[in-house]
Write a protein that binds this ligand. Structure first.
Ligand SMILES: Cc1cc2nc3c(=O)[nH]c(=O)nc-3n(C[C@H](O)[C@H](O)[C@H](O)COP(=O)(O)OP(=O)(O)OC[C@H]3O[C@@H](n4cnc5c(N)ncnc54)[C@H](O)[C@@H]3O)c2cc1C
Length: 385
């Protein structure tokens, strides 16, 4: 029986591609009405973990397209203070690809069939299978149900109700700056790096990272996968202002109710008095693309017995973005689970996958929380269940 995947995000699509390469049938069910239904073009940093997973699950020409459409960044993270005095430069020799999330999703979606408009509500298991139910009254039957349904995962809520997701005490305001000759000139060449942060008073941070292409996206696509049309082709710079809630001075509902222009004003207030670069960046945000992102994290839990239900990505190990590891780990989950299912009966495969994933996934949650604590004053993880 086929694998039922709930959620066409990075984890679910990595798994679907891996299963397809292994000749294992699967169906993907996604609540959104289409692939591009939500704004999602923010930048992701993909390192060795994510790139290796993509190499495993994607057809070679799609992996090559992923590499060709990923922005190359200088292999370091700059840390400045709010006066733009360099505090430290953290170098790392590994893979550094700053990618547009929607471009990566389009590549992962190529050749995959997704059932859109299917909001999963609950499941039932029996001796030889599992049935997933959807809000439109339909259902699907398979041999394994995989919750790839993100941080608020309804699959996790039913399957592991004791697994908590908690507020990290922080919120980021995300903006996007189109890279033009005028905006490029604002930045020193060494700032076209994996990530640059300016650390200000009260643990407020302005972070920025370019998605800057070595080859025009449309040319790379025409050369490598001509039947795919990538939507986003322009270089940009992601810029986020992050702080603790009490420093921002608004709660989640308050920020959610604001217009993008008001969010930009809140961001400007947070960098008031900093080096003029901070203000200049926020002023150049593409205002409609601005959004608030409350930061939440999973609390690691002890292993559970394997069954015909499992979880990948943020559904089981959501983490602070301070580690730049959430997407990488979700992609890895898909590759590890697909490889396990290709080599063993379903319950053995789930056990092998969960043994590995609980180890590396929760390690990433802890490391990301520690980074968030160091740079942004993120709350310590609560006691583990
Ligand atoms: C602003 C921002 C910046 C980030 N930067 C980085 C970075 O630089 N590097 C990095 O590694 N990570 C980064 N992350 C984290 C990364 O985006 C996530 O870890 C990753 O997207 C998780 O993938 P996923 O597939 O598990 O979940 P998601 O991408 O959230 O996908 C879940 C999917 O499930 C669907 N779904 C949800 N509920 C249902 C339902 N009931 N029925 C059907 N479908 C459902 C959703 O619509 C969605 O399509 C960042 C996150 C944010 C928000």
């Amino acid at each position: 029986m086929s694998v039922i995947i709930i959620g066409a995000g990075l984890g679910g699509l990595s798994l679907a591609n891996g299963l397809s390469r292994a000749g294992i049938p699967c169906r993907i069910y996604e609540r959104d009405e289409s692939a591009g239904a939500r704004k999602q073009g923010y930048r992701l940093h993909i390192g060795d973990v994510g790139d290796s997973a993509l190499r495993e699950v994607l057809r070679p020409e799609l992996h090559e397209l992923f590499r060709a459409t990923a922005g190359r960044a200088l292999p370091h993270t700059n840390v400045y203070d709010e006066r733009l005095e360099l505090v430290t430069r953290l170098a790392d020799e590994g893979t550094h690809l700053n990618v547009n999330r929607f471009t990566l999703r389009q590549i992962l979606l190529h050749g995959r069939e997704v059932c859109y408009g299917k909001r999963f509500t609950h499941y039932e298991t029996d001796e030889d299978g599992v049935t997933a139910y959807f809000a439109d009254g339909t259902s699907a039957r398979g041999g394994l149900l995989v919750g790839a349904d993100g941080i608020n995962s309804p699959v996790r809520r039913q399957y592991l109700p004791h697994a908590e997701v908690v507020d990290a005490g922080l919120v980021h305001l995300y903006g996007r700056i189109p890279l033009t000759p005028e905006t490029r000139a604002l930045f020193e060449p060494e700032m076209f790096a994996v990530f640059t942060m300016m650390l200000g008073p009260h643990r407020t941070m302005a972070g920025f990272a370019p998605v800057d292409y070595a080859e025009p996206v449309a040319d790379a696509c025409a050369r490598l996968v001509p039947d795919l049309r990538l939507r986003d082709t322009d270089p940009y710079l992601t810029c986020s202002i992050g702080a603790r809630w009490e420093v921002v001075g608004h709660d989640e509902a308050g920020l959610a109710a604001m217009t993008p222009g008001d969010l930009q004003k809140v961001a400007l207030g947070l960098v008031d008095g900093w080096h003029p670069l901070a203000r200049a960046m926020v002023e150049r945000w593409d205002v409609p693309a601005t959004f608030p992102q409350p930061i939440r994290t999973s609390v690691p839990i002890a292993r559970w017995a394997p069954s015909r239900v499992t979880l990948v990505g943020d559904a089981i190990h959501a983490m602070s973005p301070a580690g730049g590891a959430g997407a990488n780990t979700a992609l890895r989950d898909g590759a590890v689970l697909a490889a396990a299912l290709a080599g063993a009966p379903v319950l053995d495969a789930v056990e092998a996958y969960e043994t590995a994933m609980v180890d590396y996934g929760f390690a990433a949650v802890r490391e990301s929380a520690e980074n968030g604590r160091r740079y942004l004053g993120q709350d310590a993880l609560t006691a583990e269940a």
